[in-house]
Design a protein around this ligand. Sequence first.
Ligand code: NAI
Length: 394
Amino acid sequence: MIVEPKIRGFICTTSHPIGCAKNVAEQIAYVKSKPAIDGTKKALIIGSSTGYGLATRIAAAFGCGAATIGVAYERPAQLKRTATAGWYNTAAFQKQALDDGLYAKSIMGDAFSKETKDKTIELIKRDLGSVDLVVYSLAAPRRTVDSGKTYSSVIKPIGKAYTGKTIDMNTHKLSTATVEPATEEEIEGTIKVMGGEDWRLWIEALKGAGVLAQGAITLAYSYIGPEITHAIYADGTIGMAKKDLEKTAKDITDLLAPINGKAYVSVNKAVVTQASSAIPAVPLYTSILFKVMKKLGIHEGCIEQMYRMFAEKLYVPKTIVDESGRIRLDDFELRDDVQKEVSRIWNSVNDSNLEEVADVRGYWDDFYRLFGFGIDGVNYEADVDIETEIPGLV
Ligand code: NAI
């Protein structure tokens, strides 16, 4: 079948198996080109198939030589429908890891469920005995709790409506978006889905089963961003969930005290992922940020950051954290010179200078790449088999 991108709103409903595999191969090659890291030996990555979770898994496996177990929620191909990008990414990761003699297994299931937690624990017990690193990198629209109730996550401001500049995902032009404030129920739902509760449940389950190694570390990811996105992000529903995540890191650190373990939140940089393109203002901010950071030679994607996190922040004699105990990979993004230039552009951007002052092209290139499109060396006119098996799928 010839696979072409089919965009609906801010998602692409098709993915290219060879493009996704190439994308993963490029991230692996990046890590292999860097010095090896004396870090994790056995890692569990929850949300391992795309974005930051996938990059963390690649850095753990190919940078540290770690055995990895990945948990994700992805769908295989069905008839003429391609698999999701995360499915193809996982297949490519597993294949390369196994070819390199690394232990790698993946579980496809709902990470919020007890069933997936139990299955993961069984696998760790059977194959690895314990893990020394647990990365929680979920970005999900909803969560069904064990009682059967479903909560939804929304990206909305709190208190008053937000009106701001954005890029229209259909026309790619500048537009204004207005988002009404969240209800109490929506705030609660977003905290339930994207806050720390399920992270804590995972750690309690893993610790209870005795599968966390002495000194185990657990990480979850957050974003803060600059003033211009605060109303919609940091001070909005998702920001509330992230505050809950930070509070949970402290609770988990207490929980892990008997085994000398520690929980960290790592604040990462804005990148294009499936989750982030849904946030109003963020595509425009990200395009401007890319322009500025590329010009300064400090632009990073997920893989560069995750390698840097392991090599320079976490697996060093003393973990490098800010005054609140967080790892900061948004340090380059929030540099004064970067943000001054971003705000100057933000205030002067208009329809006629958009392409010139913002890296809209780079934004869209990254967006298409998420689904395996627009990647050098891939023949998109060729017939491809869309059915891909994941070796090491449990
Ligand atoms: P993503 O959408 O690329 O990845 C989400 C992962 O979660 C995928 O592996 C997906 O399969 C998995 N997943 C979703 N629902 C699941 C479920 N019910 N069960 C099992 N797996 C499930 O997202 P991204 O952007 O990498 O986000 C990961 C974390 O990084 C989030 O906490 C996000 O807030 C944070 N972050 C993202 C930034 C960005 O610019 N994208 C910036 C800073 C932090």
